[in-house]
Design a protein around this ligand. Structure first.
Ligand SMILES: Nc1nc2c(ncn2[C@@H]2O[C@H](COP(=O)(O)OP(=O)(O)O)[C@@H](O)[C@H]2O)c(=O)[nH]1
Ligand SMILES: [Mg+2]
Length: 294
């Protein structure tokens, strides 16, 4: 008998939700950086094992939105919760539940969605500290299970999967057995480029970045990609391009490595930097850049 389950991966920004999803799938489909609010879209990851199909929804973290882009991200995260059969709350194993976690747990309770708690980054803390965190969470919510993990090191992720398997329901699968995501190559490409900007550049610049793929042309042994990187200020453009174009070159070759892995062929990558003043405040531009709720 086939089984399926939809799992929303929720939690505050930067706790390791996207890292966990990539680790489960053994493929990189969600970008990861040390900056909060890296994930903007809802990302679907599919893992099919034997008779079981797990569908994961990686979400932008839940936070206080300050502009139109933030509104889109928080809406996306909230709608993933209501679409799911169960939730995986990812939280830092070194801290007790905060305001954000409590709010998420309230909405899970309201929607009557069972939750598994994944206490992440156990590689950073002592056993006693982790035990304290487990106890503090157990007090505030009836979790189906609490699993300390290290998403980055791939530790105890199988234990977490075993707990998720208990929450599957008997039903037909929705996706083909070999499908791992619903994202197009184009979207994955623009996300990879955005990840490299996030990882290359410090300060406030990366938060105001959007990447738009202008051309994506696959030939037999090479893919041509032309992308525009939008930033919010002329001064940001200067930082992105760098002296003699060096920073942009670095971003480009870093991105090309991953793109070639993703596409399994040579990539010709052409990057341009453009300024669109304060685009995150404009509902219209945010939508144009592909951030729209159905
Ligand atoms: N030490 C440690 N760092 C982790 C772990 N999992 C994720 N991280 C790091 O935490 C940061 C945020 O990860 P990300 O997956 O983008 O978090 P998200 O915003 O919740 O999706 C990145 O720098 C990751 O490398 C872990 O198990 N241990
Ligand atoms: Mg993320």
């Amino acid at each position: 008998m086939k089984r399926i389950g939809f799992f929303a991966i929720v939690g505050r920004p930067n706790v390791g939700k996207s890292t966990l999803l990539n680790q489960i799938l053994g493929e990189k489909i969600a970008i990861v950086s040390s900056k909060p609010q890296t994930t903007r879209h809802r990302i679907l990851g599919i893992e099919t094992r034997g008779e079981d199909q797990f569908v994961f929804l990686d979400t932008p973290g839940i936070f206080q939105a300050k502009n139109s882009l933030g509104d889109y991200m928080v809406k996306t995260a909230n709608s993933a919760i209501t679409d799911a059969d169960a939730a995986i709350l990812v939280a830092d194993a070194g801290f007790p539940a905060g305001e954000t976690e409590r709010r998420i747990l309230q909405s899970l309770k309201r929607a009557e969605i069972p939750a598994v708690l994944a206490l992440n980054k156990v590689d950073l803390y002592r056993r006693e500290k982790i035990a304290e965190t487990i106890a503090s969470y157990a007090e505030i919510h009836p979790f189906e299970a609490v699993v300390p993990i290290s998403a980055k090191k791939g530790k105890y992720v199988e234990e977490l999967m075993a707990e998720c398997a208990k929450l599957l329901r008997e039903d037909d699968w929705i996706f083909e057995e070999d499908m791992i995501t619903d994202q197009t190559k184009r979207t994955l490409a623009s996300e990879i480029i955005r990840e490299k900007v996030l990882r290359t550049i410090d300060r406030e610049v990366p938060h105001g970045i959007a990447v738009v793929i202008e051309e994506f042309r696959e030939e037999e042994s090479i893919t041509h990609i032309r992308a525009e990187i939008f930033c919010e200020k002329a001064s940001h453009k200067g930082i992105l391009v760098g002296k003699n174009g060096e920073t942009l070159k670095r971003i480009g070759s870093y991105a090309r490595d991953d793109l070639e892995k993703l596409l399994g062929m040579q990539v010709y990558l052409n990057l341009w930097v453009k300024v669109k003043e304060n685009w995150r405040d404009s509902q219209r531009v945010v939508t144009d850049f592909g951030y729209r709720n159905e």
